[in-house]
Design a protein around this ligand. Structure first.
Ligand SMILES: [Zn+2]
Length: 133
């Protein structure tokens, strides 16, 4: 897995959902990846710099793969290759993988619009072109 791309994707998703509001916190569910929460946390922190997501608290939910047997109902850790092909308890092959590889931005919390963008922030951009002339 490419952690940098994953983290940038999380930040981009949160930023697009937030619009121009400052993101205070985000809740992300990562399924099926064997990831190090610390690595993701750090990656998101770095990817968020300069965006509305910068400084947001990250609530990370890691959800490992689960191999669910439709025959007997047993759930086994899905990161073991054998568990994907046959059930360890009944030998059934009707295995359903849950928690498959997906990254879900579950929710974000944003600051109130008024405190996110002070009124003078918009005006600062205007003189930029004149300064170069
Ligand atoms: Zn079974």
């Amino acid at each position: 897995m490419h952690e940098v791309g994953l983290c940038e994707g999380i930040v981009a998703a949160a930023a697009s959902r937030a619009g121009d509001r400052q993101v205070r916190g985000l809740r992300v569910r990562i399924g099926g990846h064997l990831v190090d929460a610390g690595v993701i946390r750090q990656g998101v922190e770095v990817a968020a710099i300069g965006t509305v997501v910068e400084g947001a608290a990250l609530d990370l939910v890691l959800e490992p793969l689960v191999a669910h047997c439709r025959d007997c109902g047993q759930d086994a850790p899905g990161d073991v290759p054998a568990a994907m092909s046959a059930c360890a308890r009944c030998g059934g092959v009707d295995i359903e993988m849950t928690g498959s590889e997906q990254v879900i931005l579950e929710s974000i919390s944003v600051a109130a619009t008024s405190e996110a963008r002070p009124p003078q922030a918009a005006a600062v951009r205007a003189p930029v072109t004149e300064a170069r002339a």
